[in-house]
Design a protein around this ligand. Structure first.
Ligand code: PEP
Ligand code: MG
Length: 541
């Protein structure tokens, strides 16, 4: 048995098979498939996706390089639709019972040869295009294969480090736990793991070896430890710990429907943070008082190279609004950039992305994209209790400009006779020291506030939340931060507005009493943390 210690990121115990995440594997794997029909269907799905990509590429490149040059992508579509090409690939899958990626690669080479022999005109001299089509297909298929992680059996995912854009694309139902070599506790990937309630340990270093791929692993998210090929005693102990945890969680269930009130009668609301539509179900199960933070940027990251359309966004926001009924749903406009780049936007090279092109700065720069999102939020507002919140605010002017775009979106919808909530509440996040200092002025401009303690800590302490090396400087208990929280709360309350905390500090039970004392109105935490926080509040004198 090998025992490794890292940093705890998300509590819980996971027991399963370790599987290393493969990023951009150049080598094409060859493996046997049992269900050839299913594999052919996977190939056909990949082929349809490749066709769509090529159609988009064709349209986009007409503008850049003209119709004649763009025609190359039309020709590539013809290759994908060529029955001989399709038959060659499905033939390999059917006859040799091999995986689709390998079939595509080997059949493409064969196809090139037979085209020459048989004098197939339209592909003559286009070997490169056939290979281009083939590698597009392999990329798409490998991704779907990666998403499926080669197995239907749930696994514990290991990686050097996982980017938020990758984490958000994984099939969560297949992941029992996360373990990584590197990474920081406050990174967005860690935030995602907590939101999903997946036991995770990070920062295990080089000791987490590739050789462990496929071996049994136990992840103890409470202690920040992992055990590879655990011995009988450890396995039994960890199984017991897992069961105890399950029964503790069950025990908390009795708090469902109960108030978040201290023994002396002080109340505070508890809401939940989400990143995607799949999380809505978890919020309902958690008995949270609403959605205190919808990190909408994950919709952009999931959508890969294309911006999510207004309709796509509207459907997701509507779903959240309807699911929550009268309970609030706070949709934060896209907080992209920093450690949350998205393939659909060009972020350029930045020396210091955390202090760069991110959050509201992008929205104000890309006003059409911003307006599209605001239109989607406005349209969803008639289906529940929706409000909108702007991230990464540093000035009053930013808020005023954002509100102007909101007004334009409202005006357009009115002209189109599309319904929306005219009184939709507007809030801002307090994530920068600048926002703290002008919170009084901001409070006269907006309806509500939410403190993003993750970013407020990094900007106050000048300590990158991603950088593990200086993590000891990232101290959310620092008196400077606690003072800031108190100052903002007072300023906001002086204007009669509401304030919540939606950063990870909201779930820090050692601070719950302090938050109640200073009069925080709401704490927004990950769905699995809701009932534990309720218990803490109810135990306070
Ligand atoms: C925060 O900064 O605390 C916050 C809630 O936003 P995010 O973690 O998504 O940056
Ligand atoms: Mg933030």
């Amino acid at each position: 048995m090998i025992t490794l210690t890292g940093k705890k990121v998300s509590e819980g115990v996971a027991i399963g098979r370790l599987s290393f995440y493969r990023r951009d594997t150049k080598e094409i794997k060859k493996f046997d498939v049992k269900d050839v029909e299913k594999e052919i269907m996977r190939f056909q799905k990949g082929r349809e996706k490749a066709l769509l990509e090529l159609k988009d590429l064709y349209t986009a490149s007409i503008k850049d390089v003209g119709e004649a040059n763009a025609a190359i992508f039309e020709m590539q579509q013809m290759i994908l639709e060529d029955q001989d090409f399709i038959d060659a690939i499905t033939g390999v899958i059917l006859e040799q019972k091999l995986n689709a990626e390998f079939a595509v690669q080997s059949a493409s080479e064969h196809f090139i040869e037979t085209c020459v022999q048989e004098g197939k005109n339209y592909v003559q001299g286009h070997d490169t295009d056939i290979r281009d089509v083939s590698s597009r297909l392999v990329r798409i298929l490998s991704r779907s294969w990666k998403d499926r992680l080669l197995t239907d059996e749930p696994i514990v995912l290991a990686a050097n480090e996982l980017y938020p854009s990758e984490a958000v694309q994984l099939d969560k139902t297949k992941i029992l736990g996360f373990v990584t070599r590197y990474g920081a506790i406050n990174s967005h990937t860690a935030v995602l793991a907590r939101t999903m309630g997946i036991p995770s340990v990070i920062g295990l270093g080089e000791a987490l070896k590739k050789d462990y791929d496929g071996k049994t692993i136990v992840v103890d998210g409470f202690e920040g430890k992992i055990y590879i090929e655990p011995d009988y005693t450890t396995l039994t102990r960890m199984k017991q710990k897992k069961e105890n945890n399950v029964s503790q969680v069950k025990n908390l269930e009795r708090l469902k429907g109960k108030d978040n009130v201290t023994q002396s009668g002080q109340r505070i609301d508890i809401c939940a943070n989400i990143g995607k539509r799949e999380d809505i179900e978890n919020v309902l199960r958690s008995d949270a008082g609403g959605i205190g933070l919808f990190r909408s940027e994950f919709l952009y990251m999931e959508n890969r190279h294309k911006l999510p359309t207004e309709e796509q966004q509207f459907q997701t926001y509507k779903l959240a609004a309807e699911a929550m009924g009268a309970k609030p749903v706070v949709i934060r406009t896209a907080d992209l950039g920093g450690d949350k780049p998205a393939e659909c936007l060009d972020f350029g090279e930045e020396n210091n992305p955390a202090m760069g092109y991110r959050g509201i700065r992008i929205s104000l720069d890309k006003d059409e994209m911003f307006k599209t999102q605001l239109r989607a939020i406005l349209r969803a507002s008639v289906f529940g209790n929706v409000s909108v919140m702007f991230p990464m605010i540093t000035s009053l002017e930013e808020v005023q400009s954002a509100k102007l775009v909101l007004e334009t979106a409202k005006r357009e919808l009115k002209e189109e006779k599309t319904a929306f909530d005219e009184e939709i509440q507007v809030g801002v996040m307090i994530e920068t020291p600048a926002a703290v200092m002008i919170s009084g002025e901001l409070a006269r401009e907006v309806d509500f506030f939410s403190i993003g303690t993750n970013d407020l800590s990094q900007y106050t302490m000048a300590a990158d939340r991603q950088n593990d090396r200086i993590s000891r400087y990232y101290d959310p208990h620092h008196p400077a931060l606690l003072k800031m929280i108190r100052i903002v709360t007072n300023n906001v309350h002086l204007e009669g507005k509401r304030i919540s905390i939606c950063g990870d500090l909201a779930a820090d039970l050692s601070l719950t009493e302090f938050f109640i004392q200073i009069g925080i109105d709401e704490l927004s935490v990950t769905p699995p943390q809701v009932l534990g926080l309720r218990k803490k509040i109810r135990d306070i004198q």
